[in-house]
Design a protein around this ligand. Structure first.
Ligand SMILES: [Zn+2]
Length: 175
């Protein structure tokens, strides 16, 4: 009896811990990293024009609306936005890789649209939505796995929600 009660208490505690960890990490910044500077300079990879156009559309939209951090194009920058066929991550629409694994900064980074996914190849809204999302990571935002109206929501409809929302802009500006 006591043993069962203790077991129950233990599992209840465990369940609360899981809930706590999930709710506190939801709005946290991605891996605790932020961009090193207020302005992030980016370079486009030598890939098909449609991928370059999608990245451009995404970063122009971010830079026109952010006041605290900005993102601009500069040839030769080590922050690369590109496309890659990555069948080892079949569920990923895109990915950002931080070049410096021990740094507290997001920069320098390499981010790509995953051309393994047919929607990335065939649907420009899905490409822009993914590019906007990855830039959100570059700006220091974490994934959101709730139902928020946010480009960082991993369950968003990528065919309609393609740019940062006002919530995303204020999250970046609040850093
Ligand atoms: Zn993400």
């Amino acid at each position: 009896m006591t043993n069962n009660f203790n077991k129950m208490r233990f599992f209840f505690f465990l369940a609360m811990l899981v809930v706590l960890i999930n709710t506190t990490s939801v709005d946290a910044y991605y891996t605790g990293r932020k961009p090193e500077n207020g302005i992030i300079y980016v370079e486009l990879g030598s890939v098909d024009q449609k991928y370059r156009n999608s990245w451009t559309s995404a970063f122009v939209n971010w830079s026109e609306r952010n006041s605290y951090r900005s993102i601009r194009y500069r040839s030769g920058s080590s922050n690369l936005m590109t496309a890659q066929y990555d069948s080892s991550r079949p569920n990923a629409y895109g990915r950002i890789v931080y070049n410096n694994s021990s740094s507290k900064y997001t920069t320098p980074f390499r981010t790509y649209l995953n051309t393994y996914r047919s929607q990335i190849v065939n649907n420009s809204n899905v490409r822009i939505s993914t590019a906007s999302h990855e830039i959100g990571h570059a700006l220091g935002l974490a994934d959101l796995e709730d139902s928020s109206h946010s480009i960082m929501n991993t369950k968003r409809d990528r065919t309609t929600l393609i740019y940062a929302t006002s919530r995303d802009i204020s999250r970046v500006n609040a850093q």
